[in-house]
Design a protein around this ligand. Sequence first.
Ligand code: SMG
Ligand code: MG
Length: 369
Amino acid sequence: MKLERVEIVHVAIPLVTPFRTSYGTMTTKDTFLLHVVTDTAEGWSEFAADPEPLYCSEFVAGAEIVLRDFLLPRAAALPVLDTAHLAPAMEKTKGHELAKAALETAVLDAELRSYGMPLATYLGAVRERVPAGVSVGIKETIGDLLDDVEGYLGQGYVRIKLKIEPGWDLEPVRAVRERFGAELPLQVDANTAYTLADAEHLRRLDEFGLLLIEEPLAENNLYAHARLQQRLATPVCLDESLHNARDTASAIAMDACRVVNVKPARVGGYLEARRVHDVAHAHGVPVWCGGMLETGIGRAPNLALAALPGCTLPGDTSASSRYFAEDITEPFVLVDGHLPVPRSPGIGVAPLPGALRRFTKERRELYGA
Ligand code: SMG
Ligand code: MG
């Protein structure tokens, strides 16, 4: 393929309910889609981070510059544009995994469409549908939380993840356990809100039989996570700290995590995500696919990844209605607690023209035209 045109489409889609984490509250999905046009096919992707660098160091406006000034010129200079050549060309730019993932995914979508292969087949998916978990934000009251969890369980979600922070941890977990029972698959995510000094406090979570505690300590501090794991029975799961398969191998070797959250964007794309999966799976460490409140454009490829053999825990791959009254693609609908793995070529979906028009804030040509 040869790169002809790249368009960036900034979109803003209201969330059906505000999503509060230990680092802030989100009310709108405000990001960009990347539309890559080559001489043989077109591809789409979604940038996973937010306008502010709160979850990770990357952010919407910064990623646009990285793409425009560093990644796209290198992609355009390739005699042959495909993911095999793109990855080494992007490697020269340090970091910026989420921006790289956006470009690689759009190119991969075009590439796979050009030979009619679904992403799930390309990655080696072994399932046609995947169980859906749901991530529940921090609430004003325990009563609000219990109402939300009850609603999600009523819809069929098979696993609940509670966002926690100091002051909102033991009580909400206890309340959910008491109300919904010991059998409910339940886990928590602190988004780096604690320190090792909280180890004794976090150990009190052990009595609730959680599947895992996600990213309790500072990002990239594998040593501290390993120290914490020694003191907890609850498996530590890393999210923010794992940027590639090498980090994942180190974390597993150090016993800094016993479960792996793989987010393709966070590790630079689906090719590296597959390697993260492989390294964890080879060590017998369970993997699950994380989420960044994606629109259908980001959700579709995540479902393909979630269908890999090592993804043995339900992911944060919820239905479109969990996030949006109207999605930018055909909505993903929960059936019996599961979502279907897309089976059309590439990522298997594209934006619906009407929805795309309504949600678009700005479009710019980043390359060509
Ligand atoms: O996509 O359902 C989703 C959200 C899952 O909790 C979720 N994501 O740290 O795992 C995480 C958070 C990060 C995104 S919050 C904007
Ligand atoms: Mg997380």
